[in-house]
Design a protein around this ligand. Structure first.
Ligand SMILES: [Zn+2]
Length: 337
């Protein structure tokens, strides 16, 4: 696939803006698609059109004021537009409201937007300008608040059995607003062969894949990370970090997370345990880490391995303070999400 300079420039712009490049490609031109966070829609930087794959996305796009001509519709047929009325209806009276709602702004901003429209209609341009300025200030405050919820999550994968947990975690985190960073040891490749997982194909699930090197940013305390999840964590890494004997990048990154007092979740699978392992776990607990053996519960009518893995990943997310629901909980009458 060759990229013309204009597309390349637009892609750079999108990346700088923090938009995420997806593993999917455009059905028309084959260019990688971007997820436009504010709209929750896929965008092709070459066709300069939104790729719409469901009725729900179609509605969302219309609500954001995107014309059908600017959409590439794949895999479904949108309900026939009734003459000319449907699109203009949304674009006049509802555009501001729906647009604000689609971007997750609070209802007060929607009301102010209506106020601006009313003032402009009445010819009170100066008053409309003042209200618009207030909206702009409110939106930037709200965006800052939204931004503070976005975490940088470092996932460390060691050469231990249990990559299915890592795989599921990365897939779950992929479509969240969080920045997900991955570092894995060379031994992971060997384990992955036995567990039927293609590690390279998982690179597209994360925002950053760090080199396995002591000079990689997560090995430094000044690099900003909010949450570290070591899953699966090998006994070697666990013990190295617990005693601060950190000769390799993964142990070093885990150790840095402990010393910086970041939220750290360590998942190990090795069983049965030795006294030295128990001592290491004790040290990690004293350092503030959450140590969790990879042992899913089976009390939620779990029938498949996938369910057991999702159950456990849900528990890891909870412990890491990442608010996502990927599996039913006790007391939850609904089916699996
Ligand atoms: Zn395209």
């Amino acid at each position: 696939m060759s990229l013309d300079p204009e597309t390349r420039k637009l892609m750079e712009k999108l990346l700088l803006r923090g938009e995420r490049m997806l593993g999917e490609t455009c059905p028309v031109c084959g260019t990688p698609l971007f997820l436009i966070k504010e709209l929750g829609l896929r965008f092709c930087p070459k066709c300069k059109r939104y790729v719409i794959k469901s009725e729900e996305e179609y509605e969302k796009a219309l609500a954001a004021g995107i014309k059908p001509a600017d959409m590439i519709i794949v895999g479904f047929k949108p309900k026939e537009l009734k003459g000319e009325e449907r699109v203009p209806e949304r674009r006049t009276s509802k555009t501001s409201k729906e647009g604000a709602r689609s971007q997750g702004y609070p209802p007060q901003i929607e009301e102010l937007l209506d106020e601006v429209v009313r003032l402009v209609r009445e010819g009170k341009f100066e008053e409309a300008r003042v209200v618009a300025e207030i909206i702009s200030i409110l939106c930037s405050c709200f965006k800052r608040r939204l931004f503070s919820y976005c975490m940088r999550i470092l996932v460390l994968a060691c050469g231990a059995s249990g990559l299915l947990y890592t795989d599921t975690l990365l897939k779950v985190l992929k479509d969240t607003e969080h920045t997900v960073e991955l570092m894995y040891s060379p031994n992971v490749m060997e384990v992955a062969k036995h567990e039927g997982i293609n590690v390279s194909s998982r690179h597209s699930l994360v925002d950053i894949v760090h080199h396995y090197s002591l000079s990689a940013p997560p090995c430094s305390g000044s690099y900003k990370i909010d949450v570290t999840i070591a899953m699966p964590c090998s006994v070697k890494t666990m013990c190295s970090a617990a005693y601060g004997i950190v000769g390799d990048p993964i142990s070093r990154a885990l150790f840095v997370s402990l010393k910086e007092r970041r939220r750290t979740v360590v998942v190990f699978r090795e069983t049965p345990m030795t006294i030295s392992m128990v001592e290491c776990i004790r040290n990690l607990l004293l350092e503030g880490a959450i140590v969790s053996p990879a042992s899913p519960g089976f009390y939620l009518n779990i029938k498949t391995i996938d369910e057991a893995v999702r159950f456990f990943v849900q528990r890891v997310l909870d412990r890491a303070g990442i608010k996502i629901d990927v599996f039913r909980r006790r007391g939850d009458s609904s089916q699996q999400i």
